[in-house]
Design a protein around this ligand. Structure first.
Ligand code: ADP
Ligand code: GLC
Length: 509
């Protein structure tokens, strides 16, 4: 039992379900977006609930903190990609301040690069090969280290082939007799689509290349592969789970998703409160909680204005945004609306990077309105925390949003979010109106029609509420007090894992 001698079979006595989470990113090892926060937050909550959790990641060496590079397990593995045998090593480390094992698949040729998926706005040309390799290597690592999982939980297209390979090659091997697969979709906009020749690299039967399994308009589609073969499919909010069965949000896979019926479930992401808690946040100049937000936030606000070189004035609402700069995130509303929003005397702080056209337009606004508009292009964890704490209103008018984490961070930081009512934004933000105020649920502002007029009108409603201090204080409290940590969502995943295991066992019998 190589796994046990390496200490990989943890949590003895408390384990309910043995779960292996496989992902291309997880904080603090590598991150391009919310997926990384979700894998780590979910793993910690499952572990706290007594489950046995291991995470498997590619060893994206450039991004792994030096204190977490771990040690070699001495275990090598090899994987066939078409007729090429590819070898790698397994390193073992752990999540910070935790006993949760993290296995890193170490193949410098594939993973020791400047970017995760590409550089300079271009995807790496061998992404199919890299992540097909990673997916198969994860299964081999599980086999060689005797992890005997009840559940392999794969995430997004990078690991979409795992349920198919398990089904075809591993399901009757020792250690996998009970293993069920769960596949989580974090974003339908990224499907991992590659030319038909890539089918050969998968080493799966060519019959799988059909419209009900791996093929999509003549291409190999790895997201579809995960959707078709997993025992259960989840996505990251109940509303997005409904939306993606429609042509508007399904990106052509609405049929494949509808075909899964009740096997497709939406579970809202939680917040990892060990990272995002204004009362324990070492990035903030002043920590605060719901009772002390009135004292803490003005200090964070003043520091943020200073850091972003904006005048430390007190009049005017301060709005913020932390985001990847892509079509998804609503910049086609924000940019045309901005002059009208600035005319209200409000100020803006933007942090993000991505689309060079959006970056340039935001910089232009910063130059035209230096007293009111500040932008930082780049990725900056510390500043992201300081913005969440220092602003009054968080902007997140995404065109679509599977879940979204920043609106939830801003709720916890007492900065009500203004959102487009879609996906996880609809499931976490309650628009402020007389009824929701009376019910004590109002915690932000939401609009339904995705157009510039609705966005501006909602901004004016938020501004009027901000000027009405007692009402504003109520919605701030409504956002800060409820428990939106991972605990609830992790118990929903645990229930789903049980159902996936049961259906795997049924199909065995
Ligand atoms: P998505 O995954 O679609 O980008 P989410 O809201 O789920 O959106 O998650 C985004 C995560 O990335 C959040 O943790 C957010 O704070 C972080 N983030 C995005 N852009 C930046 C940035 N420029 N600097 C720091 N953190 C960022
Ligand atoms: C994706 C989605 C985002 C979600 C995140 C984590 O990046 O765009 O809405 O919060 O995954 O699930």
């Amino acid at each position: 039992m190589q796994g046990e001698t390496l200490g990989l079979v943890a949590n003895e006595g408390t384990a309910n379900v043995r779960i292996v989470l496989v992902s291309s990113e997880a904080v603090p090892f590598a991150k391009t977006g919310g997926l990384a926060d979700v894998v780590t937050g979910l793993a910690r909550a499952l572990y706290r609930a007594g489950h046995d959790v291991t995470i498997i990641l590619p060893d994206h060496r450039q991004f792994v903190p030096s204190s977490l590079t771990g040690e070699s397990t001495g275990v090598a593995l090899s994987v066939w990609l078409n007729d090429q045998k590819v070898q790698a090593w397994i390193r073992k480390t752990h999540l910070p301040d935790s006993r949760i094992s993290v296995l890193l698949i170490d193949h410098p040729g594939y993973f020791d690069r400047q970017g995760l998926y590409g550089e300079g706005g271009h995807d790496y040309p061998d992404n199919a090969e890299r992540y097909l390799f990673f997916s198969r290597a994860a299964l081999e690592a599980i086999a060689q280290l005797d992890l005997h999982p009840d559940i392999i939980h794969a995430n997004d297209w990078q690991t979409g082939v795992i349920p198919a390979v398990l089904h075809e090659e591993y399901s009757h091997q020792p250690g996998f007799e009970r293993t069920a697969t769960v596949f989580t979709i974090h974003n339908m906009a990224f499907q991992g689509m590659f030319p038909a020749e890539v089918m050969r690299l998968t080493n799966l039967p060519s019959q799988f290349f059909n419209w009900q399994q791996m093929e999509f308009h003549g291409k190999v589609n790895l997201l579809k592969t995960g959707i078709s073969f997993a025992h259960r499919v989840t996505t990251v909010s109940p509303t997005y789970a409904r939306e993606i069965t429609t042509p508007e949000y399904g990106y052509g896979l609405e049929g494949a998703l509808s075909a899964r019926g009740e096997d497709l479930v939406g579970i809202l992401n939680g917040v990892d409160t060990s990272e995002w808690n204004p009362n324990a946040d070492h990035h903030l100049p002043q920590r605060y909680e719901a009772r002390s937000v009135g004292r803490g936030k003005p200090i964070c606000r003043a520091e943020l204005l200073h850091e972003m070189k904006l005048p430390r004035r007190t009049e005017g609402m301060l709005c913020g945004m932390v985001s990847r700069m892509t079509d998804q995130k609503g910049f086609d509303l924000i940019l045309p609306a901005m002059e009208s929003l600035l005319a209200t005397g409000s100020s803006f702080v933007f942090l993000g990077n991505g689309d060079p056209v959006v970056e340039r337009k935001l910089k232009n606004l910063g130059e035209a309105f230096p007293e009111q508009f500040a932008v930082r292009i780049g990725y900056d964890e510390r500043l992201a925390h300081r913005i969440e704490a220092g602003i009054d209103l968080f902007l997140m008018p995404s065109r679509f949003e599977p879940c979204g984490l920043n609106q939830m961070y801003s709720l916890l930081y007492g900065s009500p979010p203004l959102v487009h009512r879609v996906g996880g934004l609809a499931d976490s933000v309650v628009d402020t109106n007389p009824e929701t105020l009376a019910a004590g649920t109002a915690n932000g502002f939401a609009f339904s029609d995705y157009n510039v007029e609705s966005f501006i009108e909602t901004f004016h409603r938020a501004l009027a509420t901000w000027r009405d201090r007692p009402t504003w204080e109520k919605i701030v409290q409504n956002g800060m007090i409820p428990d939106i940590s991972w605990n609830r969502s992790a118990s929903l995943y645990a229930g789903l894992y049980e159902r996936a295991i049961a259906s795997r066992c049924q199909s065995n019998s």
